[in-house]
Design a protein. Structure first.
Length: 186
């Protein structure tokens, strides 16, 4: 309530999902085993518009010590970075994701809201390239990534290809809001 105001509420139907997410970020082993949470993977939260995905990821940062906090960047903003900085943007969110040899964890918010963009005439699906690069670092360096999206698995495959969809299965714990979840914004 301090962050979002008095209108912020946790609704009963979200408690199980929130429990899974909190167990993950607190690294609470016993309940996480029962809830099928793997600490070696990131979190992918999917659900309808207004279900609380972005708010949850902002709030979870308060549970973490400073050295374990992740950065949050909207996928649209990553795309805008690409317009400005070109292919260096892909490196910024993948290869350059180490600060003094410590991995930098990113949460990319609202996957699917960005467009394919052109840089000097070359079209690029920026987030697909970022995610493929981060997958390589996930495999080689255990680099974690978190995502939020309104897209279903089939929509992710349609927009980013089956290579990205396959890698997402390996990289993430899936936390899915029910498709019937009502918009909680007022």
């Amino acid at each position: 309530m301090e962050v979002y105001g008095n209108h912020f509420k946790i609704v009963e139907e979200d408690k199980f999902l929130l429990c899974r997410i909190i167990c993950y970020f607190l690294q609470d082993e016993k309940p996480s085993e029962k809830l099928n949470i793997n600490f070696q993977k990131g979190i992918l939260i999917t659900g309808p518009v207004g279900s609380g995905k972005t708010s949850i990821m902002h709030l979870m940062r308060f549970f973490l010590p400073a050295q374990n906090r992740y950065n949050i960047k909207s996928c649209r903003d990553v795309s805008f970075d690409f317009i400005k900085d070109g292919y260096e943007t892909i490196h910024k969110y993948s290869r350059h994701s180490f600060n003094n040899h410590n991995p930098v964890t990113w949460c990319f918010d609202d996957l699917g809201t960005e467009n394919n963009l052109k840089y000097f005439g070359n079209e690029c699906n920026v987030m697909a390239e970022v995610l493929l690069s981060r997958y390589d670092l996930f495999v080689s360096r255990k680099l974690l990534t978190h995502l939020t999206t309104n897209l279903s698995a089939s929509e992710i495959e349609e927009q980013y290809g089956n290579r990205v969809r396959s890698r997402l299965r390996e990289m993430f714990n899936l936390i899915a809001f029910d498709k019937q979840t009502k918009d909680k914004r007022k």
